[in-house]
Design a protein around this ligand. Structure first.
Ligand SMILES: C[S@@+](CC[C@H](N)C(=O)[O-])C[C@H]1O[C@@H](n2cnc3c(N)ncnc32)[C@H](O)[C@@H]1O
Length: 353
């Protein structure tokens, strides 16, 4: 439930399983509607949306041609998109009491028996963190993931039930978080706020970064509209660009989004974005995971330059040693206020938008 947020904004695609307090008196600016998963803007269908190919993204003339502002129909058609289902069952007889119990059989222990896990990989393991009262938690094996490859979970249509250990990012927000003011100049932020001193183990799922999927053309339009408006504190750009081999996706939670939109940038972040696919639509979801163990009241942040799990872009956005401040701000860069000792000085800036 979104106890406090729900009071101010429209909830259009379900609620989170936990309450998410909003601790400040401030208003939510341009945030109008809560969604739990990314959607296409009105009048846009999945079938007519083609993510732009990486090698054409800098070709402005092509991106701004009339064809690129496609005429989308509101029908969602899934024909032709790839889908998969495992054959795991969700009921099994326990050897202990010989009774039938509902058991998520796509466990990471039994991964050889799950078609999804054996085809796409085993990304999660069980954390047995003794410092946490929630004894078992599925955690992403962050250190062994291949760079820039989307993870694939069991589909919501697989017969295993929602607590399957291979369905993690599709269950909504499961951890205690609060929206409150961050440091001066940054606006609101999202904080880890357990009632006890529980640590959030490294690899824990935090939330999706859900918003509207935009074409590069639409993203550029929103970006330039935004630039013309006077900026309120902390309300800059929300568009996350995901670069996958041969594809670019843009997710904008400015107007319609979830709590992912409140994560600020840090050059030494507590979280990381990983791209995950699930469902018949096969769409890439941006999922936020703890990059390290996180303690009570820490702010949840990620590196905006590293949204596709790659460090390539981060290096492009570092402040060039010796570059004058005016040069950087002339290029449209904003000063980074993350305050970390690893701070690169400037907010990541995507020159292709
Ligand atoms: C995704 S939003 C984060 C939530 C935002 N603080 C709010 O109040 O809604 C991104 C915007 O927050 C601000 N921001 C986030 N991290 C920042 C940082 N390290 N330094 C300066 N501004 C930051 C910028 O205005 C940025 O465009």
């Amino acid at each position: 439930m979104l106890r406090y947020l729900g009071r101010n904004i429209e909830v259009i695609s379900g609620l989170e399983p936990v309450s998410i307090p909003f601790e400040t008196q401030g208003n939510l600016g341009s945030f109008k509607a809560y969604i739990t998963d990314s959607i296409f803007p009105d009048e846009t269908s999945i079938s007519s949306y083609e993510p732009e190919e990486e090698d054409v993204r800098t070709d402005l003339s092509r991106s701004l041609s009339p064809e690129s502002s496609q005429n989308f129909s509101s029908e969602t058609e899934l024909e032709g998109t790839s889908s998969w289902l495992c054959s795991c069952i969700s009921k099994a007889t326990s050897e202990d009491d010989n009774q039938e119990h509902t058991i998520p059989l796509c466990t990471v222990k039994d991964y050889e028996s799950c078609d999804c896990v054996s085809s796409f990989g085993n990304f999660y393991s069980i954390s047995n963190d003794k410092s946490s009262s929630s004894s078992q938690r599925q955690v992403l094996q962050i250190d062994v993931l291949p760079e820039r490859l989307p993870l694939v979970e069991c589909s919501p249509s697989c017969p295993c039930y929602i607590h399957c250990t291979n369905k993690v990012t599709q269950r909504g927000v499961q951890i205690p978080v609060t929206i409150r003011r961050s440091r001066t100049g940054i606006g609101l932020g999202l904080f880890y706020t357990p009632s006890s001193g529980d640590i959030l183990p490294k690899g824990s799922f935090v939330s999706l970064y859900a918003g509207e999927y935009l074409t590069t053309f639409q993203a550029r339009l929103r970006w330039s509209e935004q630039e013309r408006k006077p900026q309120k504190e902390g309300e800059g750009n929300y568009i996350l660009s995901i670069r996958l081999p041969g594809e670019i996706w843009h997710i904008d939670p400015r107007y319609k989004g979830n709590i992912g939109r409140f994560l600020n940038h840090s050059c030494d972040p507590s979280c990381v974005i990983q791209i995950v696919r699930w469902g018949a639509d096969n769409l890439p979801r941006a999922a936020i995971f703890a990059k390290r163990d996180i303690t009570k009241d820490e702010e949840l942040t990620f590196d905006y330059a590293n949204a596709s799990g790659s460090s390539d872009f981060a290096s492009q956005t570092e402040m060039i040693p010796g570059e004058a401040d005016e040069d950087a701000s002339e290029k449209g860069r904003n000063q980074c206020l993350c305050g970390s000792f690893k701070c690169r000085g400037w907010m990541p800036f995507d020159e292709t938008l």
